[in-house]
Design a protein around this ligand. Structure first.
Ligand SMILES: Nc1ncnc2c1ncn2[C@@H]1O[C@H](COP(=O)(O)OP(=O)(O)O)[C@@H](O)[C@H]1O
Ligand SMILES: [Mg+2]
Length: 643
């Protein structure tokens, strides 16, 4: 007998129980399914207490032992007990070798997440994270629609908004996330969504006014923000967000069973919301994984009817579940659901199911629905006889039908669970997960510390930038102001007469006029006018409008010295005309000479002296001057101008 059992164990088989003989008696032959069998999804049916959850959990224990990670939604609190190892003696007495338990403990790690509570592992979700462009456009519209709708539903509930708000809130939120998705802008969280709802249309890139007035959007934004504080904050914070890469990654070589404990969510709306967001995120992750032959993840939904209801009702999870059932197999994601009333589940779901396990069921209606589900899988005659047998099924005995199995139909008794099958409360979860929770909290705190340090650093950087900008602006403002004052004063100075003493000086002269400056200027020219160059030189310069370079300095050594010492000329370096070598030249520059004059006169505000005006005046004087006239004046030390 033992020999036979070993033979029937395939390498990647999931051992679900023992086969029953035609009389319904338990045999010693193990009933196993291949890990691939659930690729086209599995449904478990049976009335309350028939052993559905136990069968579901056996599948999860086995899948995880085969290295396939698990994500299970736990509406009733009896999936979380997968973390409680059973008693080896009891297991042996129930026909399960205790070595199997050891194997489970060696290979599997169970993590129980408690949304909106810190009792178990905390988990938060971003209802606004959507798949990237890989998704089919039609599916995408469905997902966007679904996200907006579920979000609004939970908002109405949590923030106590009336249902008249529903359609317009939905329209505004949908439009906003659609546009953002289209522009590939990720919305980080509900706070950001709230900000976007009330921002002006230019900055947010979409006009929401036609959907909802700004005053209403403000109210909606406030409702959204209320989700980011208090107890719901736990669910929506940015740290510790659900990450399917992490959820599916082995921990120290152990395969994770992730249980999402739904009892910590208080309302049905919140549960629907949570499940649909998790599945949305799963869908995004799945699309990124690409096609695979190997099973990658098993999803288990216990008591699925409220989430995938028959008929017109469409709570958040329904749409995304139906989408997953249609598409997930390509990506190696296997879905298993259980329900006590198949008639309450949308029939479209079952079109995607290839494997069905039915336990005791007596409701006429459910049996009718089951017959329809079973026919395409097991065949007409087989399904008829299955239906006949169902009311009399024993607890934890199932008729297992699969189009992909040979034979298609088997009777089996579910093996005893490796773990204790008990219902846990939030407190139980806390007790049993304490060590893991502590470690997670430490990690989250570390993350939070790093995040806030980063935030502080960024904030400091931003402040520094802002301050620098303010300083720069102040500098510019002051410059502008100076220029304005200067212009104003210059404009005023334009109308002054040549003889007006308007320039205050440092020296005993007091104030000087343009004429005074001109005289001082001409006095300087004396050196040039009296010596070698004479008046013709000055005339030449005036005609040329600038003072050309003297050839080589050494040629006119005496004059050069005089000119430089008088501040009439300065040395410049320029390439030699012939050789191109840098050579020192004398340069007569009006502006330079003027500067020197103004300097020696000690004028307090030299910037107001209009050089152009002086230049023009000088040109006129030189034009009119005769050599003797000019020289006489200069030699006699008599000024040209009377003042
Ligand atoms: N460790 C175990 N392994 C297998 N079956 C168990 C175990 N503990 C309890 N059971 C049986 O499973 C039954 C409950 O089945 P359950 O799966 O919770 O029902 P439901 O169909 O309502 O989900 C119990 O009546 C009990 O006989
Ligand atoms: Mg159950």
């Amino acid at each position: 007998m033992r020999f036979k059992m070993v033979l029937s164990m395939t390498k990647d088989g999931l051992w679900l129980g023992y086969k029953l003989d035609s009389q319904g008696n338990k045999t010693d032959e193990r009933f196993e399914i291949s890990t691939d069998l659930l690729r086209r999804h599995g449904g478990i049916f049976g009335s309350t207490g028939s052993g559905k959850t136990v069968l579901g959990k056996v599948i999860l224990e086995e899948a995880a032992m085969q290295g396939i990670p698990v994500l299970a939604f736990d509406p009733q609190g009896d999936i979380a007990s997968l973390m409680l190892p059973g008693d080896p003696k009891v297991l042996e007495s129930k026909g399960v070798p205790s070595s199997r338990l050891k194997q489970y403990l060696d290979k599997v790690i169970v993590r129980v997440y408690t949304p909106a509570s810190s009792k178990g592992l905390s988990v938060s979700i971003n209802p606004l994270s959507l798949p990237d462009e890989k998704a089919d456009p039609d599916d995408m519209i469905r997902l966007l629609d679904n996200s907006a709708r579920t979000l609004v539903k939970v908002l109405l509930k949590v923030a106590g908004l009336t249902s008249t708000w529903e359609s317009k809130s939905f329209a505004a939120v949908y439009e906003l996330i659609r546009v953002k998705w289209q522009n590939k802008v990720k919305i980080k969280g509900l706070g950001e969504l709230a900000d976007m709802l009330v921002a002006d249309k230019e900055s947010v890139g979409v006009d929401l006014e036609p959907f909802m007035k700004v005053s209403e959007r403000q109210k909606l934004a406030a409702a959204l923000r209320s989700l980011t504080v208090g107890s719901s904050q736990l669910l929506f914070r940015e740290e510790g967000q659900l990450d399917f890469d992490e959820l599916t990654k082995p921990v120290n070589g152990k395969t994770p069973i992730n249980v999402l404990f739904l009892k910590t969510l208080r309302s049905e709306e919140e549960k629907h919301f949570f499940i649909s967001i998790v599945l949305n995120q799963l869908y995004s992750w799945m699309l990124k994984q690409g096609y695979t032959e190997r099973p990658k993840l098993v999803i288990y939904q216990d008591e699925a009817a409220p989430f995938i209801p028959a008929g017109m009702r469409a709570p958040g999870p329904k749409e995304i579940y139906l989408l997953l059932f249609r598409q997930a197999r390509k990506y190696g994601i296997e879905c298993v659901i259980s329900t006590q009333s198949p008639k309450d589940i949308d029939y479209k779901a079952f079109e995607q199911f290839n494997t069905i396990a039915t336990g005791r069921i007596s409701s006429e209606q459910s049996l009718k629905v089951l017959e329809r589900i079973l026919e395409p899988i097991a065949g007409e005659r087989e399904s008829e006889s299955i239906i006949k047998a169902l009311p009399g099924q024993e607890v934890a005995s199932f008729i297992f039908s699969s189009a992909d199995m040979a034979p298609k139909v088997s009777q089996m008794a579910v093996r005893w669970l490796l773990t204790n099958h008990v219902t846990l409360t939030e407190q139980d979860v806390q007790k049993h997960m304490a060590a893991m929770v502590k470690e997670q909290q430490r990690l989250l705190e570390e993350l939070e510390k790093a995040r806030s340090a980063e935030e502080r650093r960024k904030e400091a950087e931003r402040k520094a930038r802002e301050e620098e900008k303010a300083r720069e602006e102040e500098r510019k403002r002051q410059e502008k102001e100076r220029a304005r004052v200067l212009d104003e004063k210059r404009a005023k100075l334009k109308s002054v007469k040549e003889t007006d003493k308007i320039f205050a000086t440092r020296g005993k002269l007091g104030a000087v006029s343009y004429d005074d400056i001109m005289n001082a200027f001409i006095a300087r020219i004396e050196a040039v006018a009296r010596t070698t160059f004479g008046l013709p030189f000055l005339k030449e310069l005036v005609k040329a409008k600038n003072f050309e370079y003297e050839r080589a300095m050494s040629t006119y050594l005496k004059e050069t010295k005089t000119a430089i010492s008088q501040g009439l000329a300065k040395k410049v370096v320029a390439p030699n005309e012939k050789t191109g070598k840098p050579t020192e030249y004398l340069s007569y520059e009006f502006d330079y000479i003027l500067q020197e004059v103004v300097k020696s006169a000690g004028i307090l505000e030299p910037e107001y002296v209009d050089g152009g005006r002086l230049k023009k005046r000088f040109e006129e004087i030189v034009e009119k001057a005769t050599i003797s006239h000019l020289l006489d004046r200069v030699i006699l030390g008599k000024p040209f101008l009377q003042f």
